[in-house]
Design a protein around this ligand. Sequence first.
Ligand SMILES: *Cc1c(COP(=O)(O)O)cnc(C)c1O
Length: 408
Amino acid sequence: MSQINPFYSRLVSGYLFPEIGRRTREFISNNPDRTIFRMGIGDTTRPLAPSVVTAMTAAVQELGVLKTYSGYGDSEGTNPLRVAISNYYQELGCEITTNEIFVSDGAKSDSANIQSIFATDNIIGFQDPAYPVYVDSNVIAGRSQGLGENAQYKDFVYLECNAENGFIPQVPTQKVDILYLCFPNNPTGAVATRAQLQAFVDWANANQSIIIYDAAYSWFITDPELPRSIYEIEGAKKCAIEIQSFSKFAGFTGVRLGWSVVPQDLVCSDSQAGELNKIWTRRQNTMFNGASNIAQAGGVAALSEIGRRECQETIDYYMQNAKLIKTSLEALGLDCFGGDNAPYIWVKTPNGLKSWEFFDKLIQEAGVVGTPGSGFGPSGEGYFRFSAFANRESVELALESIRGNLKI
Ligand SMILES: *Cc1c(COP(=O)(O)O)cnc(C)c1O
């Protein structure tokens, strides 16, 4: 007698983006003559770097020739890409060897799958608000009894991020075995300083806890004092797994490529050094057959000197958008956070409006679609996310419409 996985029914249904779509369609059908400006999208809009296109085109050509055709590769990734990633860490002053690097098809799958190498009875902690994958993957794994009070899942520890703490929480005071951190943060745009990250690493090492560090937006850091990798922090190799992505760095959201670092030194309370690295190797060998060889050729090019320069130009373009959005909204008297080292601007809704109330007001008055903060967790209530991933003209038109039409 077959039975369904009961943990899926503990998930609150994916509500945020379908609901944004529904309300936007409704507005368009009621207002067919109005122009809509989308400032809510967490997806890149600029084309791939020329050197990446050249490398991927060459990789496709090789696949079309008998002599250079290749099939399956190592599930951990090609050697040239793992060497390029290791060199990237070297530049940051971090010693990460190729056998600690696991190439993947993106940070989303890794951040969802990584919990599977840890026991079910670990207590999970998150920043609130957060990228929903961390929470949902642990609900599906059976680590929560389901939704409880205050829109929080039972059994999880929520570290509240708000304007008062600059959206960087203190280290947990209650028991947390596995803590997800994301800096620069989606959705708040906050970035932890070295000292703040050191406090988390020291806490994790003192409590035999593990940090899962999502660094997908590290490429948007402009302040040279801010850490781009958790391995810049002393002691991090003993307690932290880092997850990275080519999506936001090189516009690979559709191409699909990322990586995770599981250091040899990483230990949890009942493991030896090297064991977690071995188990993640086993997990990937069993359940993953490697990222596309074409995408990996593109990844090597993106990490080359010229590729980095080209990708940086695109990042600078998005960050100009971010600056434009932040200064324009601030000029209207709105409280804005993030946007300096991240492509997201996190705005306090005016006059105490709820996130969805502001969504409706913004689309009605200005025709602008953004993302309600409450969709990222209960502490996101009363905030709103604007994204810098857009073309300049559309950002300028959207801001003009907000300036001219939004009644604050
Ligand atoms: C966009 C994003 C990623 C990237 O995911 P991919 O699967 O690599 O496209 C990872 N983490 C966060 C928080 C993101 O916003």
